[in-house]
Design a protein around this ligand. Structure first.
Ligand SMILES: [Zn+2]
Length: 315
């Protein structure tokens, strides 16, 4: 499954943040929001995979780059055809959506009746459109750049104040594309050339938020107990004192969390502190078994937690 860096970070954070951390709730909400966003993007990918494009096309999902002024762009889907380039912004917001176009104010009302403002997706998409238009003209490529906001939550109600705004339900995307094909004629675009140029400027955006070490809970935490309980190490097994589950592999998720939240380097002492083992010889044995790449000498020895540490669970 496709996962953005941000989702991986927030998922690790909500499993590891101290329960009384003042930002716990806001991170948890952010995590649910990003999770819903990813679900929406997957639905869109399925819809587009099912669509018959006329002629050559290329879709970039989660296109990320930094513009010439150093600001970032994150585009849910970028569809290139030889007739147009389309920016698709996917939303998965529940409730009823409202728009006050004169103020550029985008709001939703929950089923409980709470009204709250959201970042305006039209302004977000317009910013991407402007950036891409400038980029294409700097490359001397003539191609119309358009955008659409797609709502992927079937139960969301779009209020009539959104009439005339570029927002549709996901199910309408195929018809919307067909209309674009009718409205825009064939160009002499070299699609592969444009694809390569866009690939060359795309990059994975780093996660912006970094959290102080003391806010992260130590321990190999029991997944079955929703990370509430710290497991102890006994004869090569991690045991949860609460539910009694025994696992050889719980350490991998803990190290994945360490890598995402704290860093990819870990020393024997740091590992001891993090997983709660007092004995240096035991962690040395553990590290040997983990077989991480080792750097430095003497007291400066550290180990590199690999990016795919979670995949080693069954290895
Ligand atoms: Zn447990």
């Amino acid at each position: 499954m496709y996962r953005s860096e941000n989702l991986v970070y927030l998922e690790a954070l909500v499993s590891r943040l101290q329960a009384d951390d003042e930002e716990f709730t806001s991170y948890q909400e952010a995590y649910y929001r990003v999770q819903a966003g990813v679900a929406g993007e997957l639905k869109m990918q399925r819809t587009l995979a099912d669509y018959h494009f006329i002629g050559p096309h290329k879709i970039f999902y989660n296109f990320e780059c930094i513009n010439e002024k150093g600001f970032s762009h994150q585009i849910d889907a970028l569809i290139i055809t030889t007739r147009f380039l389309l920016v698709v912004e996917v939303k998965q917001i529940s409730g009823t959506l409202f728009y006050k176009s004169a103020f550029h104010e985008f709001a939703r009302q929950t089923e409980e009746g709470v009204l709250e403002n959201f970042p305006n997706p039209f302004d977000q998409a317009y910013r991407h459109q402007l950036f891409l238009s400038h980029l294409l003209s700097s490359w001397r490529i003539q191609l119309p750049v358009l955008y659409i906001v797609v709502n992927a939550n079937i139960r969301t109600k779009l209020d009539s104040s959104l009439n005339g705004s570029p927002i549709i339900h996901l199910s309408g995307l195929p018809k919307f594309l067909k209309k674009l094909y009718q409205n825009y004629g064939e160009t002499k675009l070299d699609l592969v050339k444009l694809e390569n140029k866009l690939s060359a400027i795309s990059c994975r955006l780093p996660v912006r938020r970094k959290i102080d070490r003391y806010r992260i809970r130590n321990g190999v935490l029991c997944k079955k107990c929703d990370f509430q309980h710290v497991m102890y190490y006994h004869h090569g097994l991690w045991i949860c004192p609460h539910c009694g589950v025994k696992s050889k592999e719980a350490i991998f998720l803990a190290l994945h969390h360490y890598r995402v939240l704290i860093g990819d380097r870990i020393t024997n002492r740091e590992l001891r502190e993090f997983v709660g083992i007092d004995c240096k010889a035991v962690t040395s044995k553990l590290l040997k078994r983990l077989n991480f790449e080792q750097f430095g000498k003497g007291r400066g020895v550290y180990y590199l937690i690999p990016e795919d540490v979670l995949d080693q669970q069954n290895g």
